[in-house]
Design a protein around this ligand. Sequence first.
Ligand code: XUL
Length: 537
Amino acid sequence: MSLYLGFDSSTQSLTATVIEVEDDLRQPHGKGLRRVVFEQSLNFDRDLPAYGTLNGVWRGQDPREVRSSPIMWAEALDRMMAIVSGAPGLDLAQIRAVSGSAQQHGSVYLNRTAAAAWRGLDAHRPLVPQIEHTFSRTSSPVWLDESTSAQCAEIERALGGPDATARLTGSRAYERFTAPQIRKFSEDDPGAYQHTARIHLVSSYLASLLAGADAPIDTGDASGMNLMDLVSARWSEAAMNATAPGLEAKLPSIQPPWTIVGPLSTYWQRRYGFPPAKVVAWSGDNPCSLVGTGIIHTGHVAVSLGTSDTVFGWTAEPAAGASHVFGSPTGGYMSLVCFRNGSLARERIRDAYGLDWDGFARALEDTAPGNEGALMLPWFEPEITPHVGEAGVRRIGLDEHDAARNVRAVVEAQMMSMANHSAALTGGRTERIIAAGGASANRAILQVMADAFDAEVWQLAVGNAASLGAALRAFHADRLADGCPMAWDEVIAGFTDPVPGSRVSPIPSHVAIYADLRKRYAGIEEEALKTISRRRT
Ligand code: XUL
């Protein structure tokens, strides 16, 4: 029996998942016992209140600036390792490998003392006091940050425009991506930038803490930076030059997602009794979710309904039209479209009309598909897809006082927008959708999804696809390192099957309504975008 530990350091919480895999190598792979034996989360606002975050982040005077605390993430990791070590029935000695997932794009700025501090951690003292002096910047910009539009424009100009930037790095320059954030930091605080010896992503920073050594950035998370040449999987000279001076020396190396960084450092072994398990490179939450939702072939996509909503799929080649192309942890590419007004927008509507989630679902059930022509553009916050720089909700034929129709309008808008903007991921032939994330428990929402996409929707059995994906990546890398590589189908078997009987099928009469309405929605969206850009120029 082997255990694998996966983490997910997301915007609002840190989750740990432990999977158990029966080691009977006489059994064909995938046939032995496989199960999740531990899953627990720490919520940053609730469980680490001293850091004063709201929904896991700090907002600056300029509301476009959104940051968080790398020290808080470290404290959460320390606390979670203590919790895992004390979990009843978990035989720590059986843990063979550990990996993790982290919110993408966020960056951690370290001074010259960091590497030595990680190497020399004293198991008799907690982690935080030993690392709090290792930062050249004590806050980390995260993916919700929208403050770098000027830097995006400059980087795109230097790289030959948005399309050329997307061809080179997998995405055009986006405000939340790491390169524009690094550029802004180097301009706003050149002294602190100069004193930065290392810039890590959230993923590689936490892997470094576990291994007590400077961890690489994996190809999956590196492709969310606007800095990696997507095809060669190396840092791009041109992108680094377009970003900030002297950057190359500050970046860790890029390595494949199955790289073993080293054993768990003696800090974790002596303090909590962990074995010297392999630390496998961490990756971004989206690449990890691709594995954790079992999306390893084309034609299937996952829709993750979280703080942001994302639609993603696996493609052998970068998909034209995807807003982002990342390296997939399974080889090939992960194409993803990200919508910022996900749970955020659903919660705004729920709260504005004093509903709970049951009331929200009832409102959906009580209203007709198509909402009698009423539409909403749900840009409660600036939107990533389509790019909308300034928040502003638009209601078309929709009475603001009509709670039920506003509920339907926000969900229909989200599903139609996702279906329209993700068509390139499957060439318009989506066979199956795996629904993940908190709101996927709501079958009324899934019915709108099935109808708007004209595809079967299945619910995912596990709670946290990203930390499960991280545990599965640890399993895969461990077998590979031990000379018994496994195909990915075998790695995920028994872990990522959807909930039996959870299928939500599209209803043909509804599909017909949405086929028309999706065109109308696209037209209204296009008109709104024109007024926004006219106002800007
Ligand atoms: C993807 C994105 C988010 C974050 C946070 O590009 O910004 O999905 O990874 O989950």
